[in-house]
Design a protein. Structure first.
Length: 267
């Protein structure tokens, strides 16, 4: 019997320093909506920011609606913004719902299978918590697979995403996951097997890997990436922030604060 994998953030922080105060929600697995921002610090995702226009992009823990247009170069879709030492170190900008490739919402038993460019995949909430068979299969450029959170969108099967500028967010993959291409991103995701990435300019944010992590290429940014197996990050100009080994001591496939071990760094 396969146990459900859930991603439990280690700590949520209150957001401070904004005038006027933004609307802050702690559900970082928000729907695919325009103009919403999740801020990820070294302590974890701090929640959703919407509704205020007066936060500067360089203010720690504070991103406003005007800032999103600057950060994501005019795109209106949601974004994940990574902060370290009070500065933005990376942005994951999701495109608007409409566009080339269209948007598909998968039903209860469906797993994503794409062979297109600029496609967007979301998931109906009636399948939350149930396992979808078939893995994640994506070929093409600029595609987004946007789950309802790792504890909700669970996809079983070895998975492969090939192409440039592809994004995976908010899912659990029960199996191995391979990424091939440049400018790829993975956020708020659990991989039960091994995670292999080949290419340049990848961004990982709040990723849990129960197997091995192997990354080849340059200019990667990894923030809050937890690995139970072996780590190999080979290339130039790679950044690792808040990256840790962990041991799933109780074998429940849930990352707990007490299971976090030593820091690992990019080679």
């Amino acid at each position: 019997m396969t146990q459900k994998i859930a991603w439990l953030p280690l700590l949520f922080l209150a957001l401070v320093g904004c005038e006027p105060p933004p609307s802050v929600g702690q559900d970082v697995n928000r729907p695919y909506e325009d103009g919403t921002v999740v801020v990820v610090t070294g302590e974890g995702p701090t929640g959703v920011l919407t509704g205020t226009e007066n936060c500067a992009p360089t203010s720690a823990g504070c991103v406003g609606t005007k800032d999103l247009g600057e950060i994501c170069k005019g795109e209106k879709g949601p974004a994940d913004v990574l902060y370290k030492d009070g500065k933005i170190i990376a942005e994951i900008c999701y495109p608007e719902k409409t566009g080339e490739g269209g948007q598909t919402t998968l039903g209860k038993d469906e797993a994503p299978s794409l062979s297109t460019n600029q496609g967007r995949v979301t998931f109906s909430p009636d399948g939350d918590g149930e396992t979808r068979e078939g893995g994640v299969q994506v070929q093409g450029n600029g595609n987004v697979v946007y789950g309802n959170g790792a504890e909700n969108t669970i996809i079983k099967g070895d998975s492969q995403i090939s192409g440039n500028n592809n994004k995976l967010r908010g899912v659990t993959v029960i199996g191995d996951l391979g990424f091939q291409g440049n400018n790829v991103t993975i956020a708020l995701t659990v991989v039960e097997g091994n995670l292999n990435i080949t290419g340049n300019n990848a961004i990982l944010a709040d990723v849990v890997v129960l197997g091995d992590l192997t990354i080849t290429g340059s200019n990667h940014i990894l923030m809050r990436t937890f690995v139970s197996g072996k780590v190999s990050v080979v290339g130039e100009n790679n950044q690792c922030a808040e990256t840790f080994y962990f041991e799933d001591a109780d074998e429940d496939k849930v990352l707990a604060k007490t299971e976090v071990g030593e820091v690992w760094t990019c080679q």
